[in-house]
Design a protein around this ligand. Structure first.
Ligand SMILES: [Zn+2]
Length: 89
């Protein structure tokens, strides 16, 4: 169902956006320690496809700064990213 796929993508994007807001607020507040919003694990920054992403060393979660999500989605809207995101079920 193409429509269902679109709505699920939009839902995922909204979830990510809310997490991005938290991370952005933390940075603005001067919190330099990057920890995973989900499990409080350590985030390590790495580059993927020219976009900087933060990967949690504990739970494997991936976090993106504002704008990075859009860049990845535009580039590759239906491959590794959506599969990774929806793999949790
Ligand atoms: Zn984590």
């Amino acid at each position: 169902m193409p429509d269902d796929t679109v709505s699920r993508n939009e839902e995922a994007i909204e979830k990510l956006r809310s997490k991005i807001k938290v991370a952005t607020a933390a940075k603005a507040a001067g919190l330099s320690t990057m920890s995973c919003p989900r499990c409080d694990g350590t985030l390590s920054e790495s580059e993927f496809e020219g976009v900087m992403i933060d990967t949690c060393e504990r739970c494997g979660g991936i976090w993106l700064d504002s704008g990075e999500l859009e860049r990845l989605l535009k580039r590759d809207s239906d491959s590794w990213f959506s599969r990774l995101w929806f793999a949790e079920g």
